[in-house]
Ligand binder design. Structure first.
Ligand SMILES: *[C@@H]1O[C@H](CO)[C@@H](O)[C@H](O)[C@H]1NC(C)=O
Ligand SMILES: *[C@@H]1O[C@H](CO)[C@@H](O)[C@H](O)[C@H]1NC(C)=O
Ligand SMILES: *[C@@H]1O[C@H](CO)[C@@H](O)[C@H](O)[C@H]1NC(C)=O
Ligand SMILES: *[C@@H]1O[C@H](CO)[C@@H](O)[C@H](O)[C@H]1NC(C)=O
Ligand SMILES: *[C@@H]1O[C@H](CO)[C@@H](O)[C@H](O)[C@H]1NC(C)=O
Ligand SMILES: *[C@@H]1O[C@H](CO)[C@@H](O)[C@H](O)[C@H]1NC(C)=O
Ligand SMILES: *[C@@H]1O[C@H](CO)[C@@H](O)[C@H](O)[C@H]1NC(C)=O
Ligand SMILES: *[C@@H]1O[C@H](CO)[C@@H](O)[C@H](O)[C@H]1NC(C)=O
Ligand SMILES: *[C@@H]1O[C@H](CO)[C@@H](O)[C@H](O)[C@H]1NC(C)=O
Ligand SMILES: [Cu+2]
Length: 583
């Protein structure tokens, strides 16, 4: 009762604030409800950069529709596949407590939704608030099949400034060709991927690309007001810097967990990560009324890429004080706040300075003691070409990637289903190595140059319910050192440490932050370095762990955890839904 009346009080309070600030939707509401969505996966002709092509979409929208729910809501999303290809959708970062069947990665928690069929994702959003996103988790379909997933809190935001409006900003990539076709070509020949033709803000490349002045993101702001920007990196293969010219931003939330406000001129956001920032429109614009908003890659790999910048605008509403001259198109598209593409110092500072809010209402639940430590290398491989194949990677070999030298092979049926039905036909095994099989100077120059082969397998780690796990992710210098964004499904984790060079199991744990480490679902492991993450394995199911650079996942930079049921029903996986697709 007490909780209820408190909610009621807050809802009254919030209604007032809503009325004052013109906010919609409200911060909180008294009752949790069921929110129902219909997603049709379908083709839609879309034109960018003067190229028209059929684009895979949800409901014909690019980027896809926003899902907005409240903390505690039950969410039902019926996905109908209207294409002649398979598909699945992943609700990236949603914890899916006991509902692993609704997580989405193909062949991990479900078989694909075949053309002409439907599957209803059924889950409850528990104890999470902020910005996440959803995306296809089949082949490279997420290139265009993605959208924002917003969870409104039950309690007011813990931010000092009142928010005038909220602005979803989905950073992405546009290809002039079909991304899924490109992926199959790449996998067939072991080659590197073709890179995208443009970076985009909400699907719009902006004025630095051919034919794109009309396709430019623009958001109208009022001078003196504060805005909540919900920034999502939905790009396939690029960590991105994002900044607004002349303005600073305060990071207040990452991956749907609150942070200590952190004021910065720019952010670094990896594929799979989301970042909420507060921005106050406190500058005096020139006669154009515009300030540049831009994003470009944070580049650590030596693979070719499209060296370009996506640009949009914040346009100040011209009040009496600002009016005078007519609106001009801005001629200066530069953004001094945006770091250079190879600015690892900026990326490191951003990594090091993020902290959990760790307040009374939102405590930091980092495991102080651990039950198990897994140390795994993450990196690329160059595989000898099988006799019957043509390989067009470097030196006529195939590009691959691995964790602890295991290049993950997806099983032919869902791992979760096989495990749940106790139907292990030998397609997977429980022996993922818990430390690197061979110790070497991981981040040295061209380590083990002669033999960069990996081993193929579908190896998982089985965890008792409630295990406090530490996982150390160690980048390798095979081919090149690189920032890898590692994403864990079904759990948030705490980034307790990180650094450059090789992880030292004796010395590095002494410097861990066990007080207020950031809580995330995706960590950008420093290029040529390591990161240590901790999580409590309290969600029964089969959970994919993988690099969120799409080409690296395709090459096998992945593994899975299986978390066993706990001692009671409320700690156990629910039975599979009736309409779960079969293989
Ligand atoms: C896309 O355009 C092509 C060529 O104009 C047309 O044949 C096709 O039906 C269109 N597809 C869709 C989904 O509208
Ligand atoms: C959703 O799942 C819950 C169990 O968590 C179940 O009770 C409910 O019937 C399901 N709803 C639908 C529409 O399948
Ligand atoms: C990738 O690029 C190469 C070289 O430009 C081209 O030959 C190939 O057709 C492209 N692949 C796809 C799927 O577009
Ligand atoms: C990036 O793609 C655009 C086409 O969208 C092209 O004009 C430009 O040359 C490309 N840049 C690089 C460095 O490949
Ligand atoms: C990207 O292009 C800019 C300007 O053309 C150039 O100065 C810079 O060196 C390029 N960066 C890379 C990594 O190619
Ligand atoms: C790769 O294969 C081609 C054609 O078989 C051959 O001409 C070339 O020398 C090979 N390159 C290397 C680096 O082995
Ligand atoms: C590893 O290699 C790097 C660069 O090649 C070197 O600076 C470092 O000292 C080496 N570390 C060890 C432990 O040998
Ligand atoms: C990885 O596995 C391959 C194939 O078994 C082996 O040749 C190679 O030495 C291993 N490399 C490392 C670093 O463990
Ligand atoms: C879709 O997935 C099923 C189950 O894995 C598979 O048998 C089928 O070949 C796939 N279809 C296509 C068009 O890829
Ligand atoms: Cu990677």
């Amino acid at each position: 009762m007490e909780g209820l009346s408190l909610h009621y009080f807050f809802s009254l309070l919030m209604v007032t604030i809503v009325a004052l600030e013109g906010l919609a939707p409200p911060y909180s509401s008294t009752a949790t409800t069921t929110k129902i969505f219909q997603f049709n996966v379908e083709w839609k002709n879309v034109t960018r950069l003067c190229h028209s092509r059929p684009l895979l979409t949800v409901n014909g929208e690019y980027p896809g529709p926003t899902i907005a729910v409240h903390e505690g809501d039950n969410v039902l999303i019926k996905v109908t596949n209207r294409i002649a290809r398979n598909t699945t959708i992943h609700w990236h970062g949603v914890r899916q407590i006991r509902t692993g069947w609704a997580d989405g990665p193909a062949y991990i928690t479900q078989c694909p939704i075949k053309g002409g069929t439907s599957y209803t994702y059924n889950f409850t959003v528990l104890n999470q608030r902020g910005t996440l996103f959803w995306h296809a988790h089949y082949s490279w379909q997420r290139a265009s099949v993605c959208g924002a997933f917003i969870i409104y809190p039950r309690m007011p935001y813990p931010f000092s400034a009142p928010i005038h409006a909220e602005v979803p900003i989905i950073l992405g990539e546009w290809w002039n060709v079909d991304a899924e076709m490109m992926a199959s070509e790449m996998m067939k020949y072991g080659s590197g991927p073709n890179y995208s033709d443009a970076y985009t803000i909400n699907g719009l490349p902006g004025p630095l690309y051919p034919c794109s002045v009309k396709d430019t993101f623009t958001h109208l702001v009022e001078r003196g007001k504060t805005y909540l920007l919900r920034i999502i990196n939905a790009a396939l293969s690029d960590e991105l810097f994002f900044a607004v010219a002349s303005h600073t931003m305060a990071v207040v939330e990452v991956d749907a967990t609150y942070t200590k406000p952190y004021t910065t001129r720019a952010i670094m956001v990896t594929p799979g990560q989301t970042t909420n920032v507060l921005l106050t429109a406190d500058q005096i614009p020139d006669s154009s009324g515009m300030f540049v908003v831009s994003a470009r890659p944070y580049r650590t790999s030596v693979f070719p890429f499209n060296n370009s910048t996506t640009v949009g605008f914040l346009r100040y509403k011209m009040t009496k004080a600002l009016k005078g001259k007519s609106l001009n198109t801005p001629t200066n598209l530069a953004n001094d706040n945006l770091p250079e593409m190879e600015n690892t110092d900026f990326a490191r500072d951003f990594f090091v300075r993020l902290r959990s809010l760790a307040s009374t209402e939102f405590p930091c639940m980092v495991p102080k003691q651990i039950d198990k430590r897994v140390i795994t290398t993450i990196g690329l491989n160059l595989q000898d070409c099988p006799a019957n194949k043509i390989c067009t990677g470097l030196n006529n070999k195939s590009f691959l990637a691995s964790m602890n030298n295991q290049s993950f092979v997806r099983p032919s049926t869902s791992l979760l289903e096989s495990y749940y039905m106790k139907r292990n036909t030998g397609e997977y095994s429980f022996d993922f190595p818990e430390k690197p099989p061979k110790a070497f100077n991981y981040t040295g120059v061209d380590p083990l140059k002669e033999n960069m082969n990996a081993e193929f397998g579908t190896k998982v780690i089985e965890l008792e319910y409630g295990t406090n796990l530490e996982m150390v992710l160690q980048d390798t210098g095979f081919l090149n050192v690189e920032n890898h964004p590692i994403h864990v499904h079904g759990h948030n984790f705490f980034i307790v440490g990180g650094g450059f060079g090789n992880y030292d199991v004796e010395k590095d744990p002494e410097n861990y932050n066990l007080v207020d480490p950031p809580e995330r679902n995706t960590v950008g492991v420093p290029s040529g370095g390591w990161a240590a993450i901790r999580l409590k394995a309290d969600n029964p199911g089969a959970w994919f762990v993988h690099c969120h650079l799409e080409e690296h996942t395709s090459w096998g930079l992945a593994m899975a955890f299986i978390v066993k049921d706990g001692s009671t029903e409320s700690k156990s996986l629910l039975p599979p839904p009736q309409d779960l697709p079969s293989c």
